[in-house]
Design a protein around this ligand. Structure first.
Ligand code: FAD
Length: 293
């Protein structure tokens, strides 16, 4: 049973923001794959919804800006991120991460914006967005602002987005992806229709010798209450050879991750996943970047 008291179909970003500002109970619905599941369970009911479903313009699609920045409208569904020629050419790891949630039906309904706005640590696009250091463009009654993703998460299921703000786009500046190769690994008990027990994204930029790690970014989902980078691992392996880094990265990643017990997996098992997935993601990213290890 979906207890919806009020639904406003927004006609533009400004219209959506005005509708959110006018009603203190109103919440955004995009693809609805989180919102409607919660509503069916009675959470947040009776609902006042401002729908941005299908809103095009600045909310939709992937574009390459003149300065090389990749811009993804918040309403872009997972499948469209994965199949975007810009993503495939410039940031294939983000397309691969967006190919892991749910099953095919979910990936043509769920949006990348919804995946970041739900604030959930297991969100499959989040650790890759974290590793990429994406910028989040918001519009609210007071105007526009940009939040770097490392300042985005406020706690489990919470972000710094104000209730009457709309996420309009996710931007990846050129220097954040150019020269990097990446790997996202999702661990779950099965391959499809599974929420991640652990997600790990590693980006590496190799030096000219195709072996030394000129730069590394390592981020996790479900390694703590919110998606997080492991700066200890990044700082500890930068400048090492791929083989040396693969030996050390897992232990280092344990220093600043905080997994916990849940019904899906124990803390000890998640710690094992952090170690193993860091190593595998780093090796795979390095191979994609041209290493021969
Ligand atoms: C069967 C099933 C399987 C799933 N499997 C996975 C999985 O494997 N991995 C995974 O990561 N997720 C999974 N999900 C969760 C969900 O599909 C994703 O989180 C999806 O990205 C949500 O996007 P949406 O557009 O449907 O968001 P909605 O449900 O519309 O919204 C989600 C939240 O974000 C807010 N919101 C949405 N868009 C905006 C915006 N532009 N600005 C401000 N706020 C906004 C809403 O108010 C709400 O709080 C699954 C869901 C289902 C039903």
């Amino acid at each position: 049973m979906y207890d919806i008291e009020y639904l406003h179909q927004a006609t533009s970003v400004d219209d959506a923001v005005a509708a959110l500002a006018a009603d203190p109970l109103a919440q955004v619905i995009a693809g609805g794959t989180d919102v409607l599941v919660k509503l069916r369970d009675g959470k947040g009911a009776p609902a006042h919804l401002v729908s941005i479903h299908g809103l095009a313009g600045e909310l939709s699609g992937v574009t390459l800006l003149d300065d090389g920045c990749v811009r993804i409208g918040a309403n872009t569904v997972f499948h469209s991120v994965t199949t975007s020629p810009v993503i495939q050419e410039r940031i294939p790891v983000l397309g691969e991460a967006c190919d892991t949630p749910g099953g095919p039906q979910l990936r043509i309904a769920g949006t990348i914006g919804g995946n970041l706005c739900n604030g959930v640590t297991s969100a499959d696009s989040a650790s890759t967005c974290m590793a990429l250091g994406v910028l989040l463009d918001l519009v609210g009654p007071e105007g526009r602002r940009t939040v770097p993703i490392d300042e985005w998460y406020a706690g489990p299921g919470r972000t710094v987005r104000r209730r009457d703000e709309l996420l309009v786009a996710i931007r990846v500046p050129r220097s954040h992806y150019e020269g990097f190769a990446g790997e996202y690994i999702k661990y779950g008990k099965r391959n499809a229709l599974e929420i991640a027990t652990m997600g790990c994204c590693c980006l590496v930029r190799l030096a000219e010798d195709h072996d030394t790690l000129a730069d590394v970014r390592l981020a996790f989902g479900v390694a703590g209450p919110v998606p997080m980078r492991s700066h200890a691992a990044e700082d500890g392996v930068r400048g090492l050879s791929v083989a040396q880094a693969a030996e050390r990265v897992g232990e280092l990643a344990l220093e600043d991750t905080r997994p916990r017990d849940s019904w899906r997996a124990s803390k000890a098992f998640r710690q094992q996943l952090i170690k193993e997935m860091s190593r595998r993601a780093l090796m795979s990213a390095a191979r994609k970047g041209g290493a021969t290890v």
